[in-house]
Design a binder for this molecule. Structure first.
Ligand code: PRP
Ligand code: URA
Length: 222
């Protein structure tokens, strides 16, 4: 569904299952095992919505009763999980699209500047897919997403969508301004970023909550 207060490239899910599962995900009492399950379930739901406009090509199929016309997905799809947190979204997307290719990009945010730092890139030499889905649970400042799109466009990606569980208005504005052609599919748009670049109310650090690594600084403002 399109929200008229947001740029036209932004699609916020209004599905009750998404709202229900996002509330469980945000709850600080939700432990990593349950958190990972919810990330997977939400990815499935948001991926389903994000894929609603994929082109089909007609194919002839034989049912047990007769020959009829069926459909096959036309574009080859590439899944681009942004490490680490995007990893938790891959399995659900592969359930939806088993033939999708998976290309990993590793970025972390510098804690001081909040700028993305690339540390891993497993893209092949040239783009081999027609549509790329960037998978990252959090769209906060938008720096990581914009950098990922830069990388994909330099690689030759034709059509790119970002799928995130939660976005901040700041991240949507940054990504939309840098790349207005990128469709953004999110489960919720939250209020704002805090002064450490965390989404409020948000869910904290999506990577730490999935992988149980809580040794770093707290997302709360000092
Ligand atoms: C998180 C998240 C995004 C990024 C979003 O990753 O998964 O990649 O922050 O923030 P931005 O929109 O301000 O760029 P993080 O840097 O915490 O790395 P991690 O997934 O390895 O924990
Ligand atoms: N990355 C996260 O994991 N959480 C935020 O709130 C912002 C960036």
């Amino acid at each position: 569904m399109t929200d008229t207060r947001l740029p036209p490239n932004v699609h916020v899910s209004h599905h009750p299952l998404v709202a229900h599962k996002l509330s469980l995900l945000r709850d600080q009492a939700t432990e990593p095992k349950k958190f990972r399950e919810l990330v997977r379930e939400l990815s499935w739901l948001l991926g389903y919505e994000a894929m609603a406009d994929l082109a089909l090509r007609p194919v002839e199929i034989q049912t047990p009763l007769e020959v009829t016309e069926g459909s096959r997905l036309e574009p080859k799809v590439g899944l681009i999980p942004v490490l680490r947190a995007g990893l938790g979204m891959v399995d659900a997307m592969l359930e939806l699209m088993p033939a999708a290719e998976v290309w990993h990009i590793g970025l972390y945010r510098d804690e001081r500047t909040l700028q993305p730092v690339e540390y891993y890139n497993k893209l092949p030499d040239a783009a081999t897919v027609q549509i790329c889905l960037i998978l990252d649970p959090m769209l906060a400042t938008g720096g990581s997403a914009a950098a990922t799109v830069d990388i994909l466009k330099a690689w030759g990606a034709a059509r790119i969508k970002q799928v995130s569980l939660i976005a901040a208005p700041e991240g949507i504005a940054t990504l939309s301004a840098a790349h207005p052609d990128v469709e953004i599919h999110v489960g919720a748009v939250d209020r704002q970023l805090n002064d450490r670049g965390y989404i409020q109310p948000g869910l904290g650090d999506a990577g730490d909550r999935q992988f149980g690594t809580f040794s770093g600084p707290s997302p709360e403002a000092e």
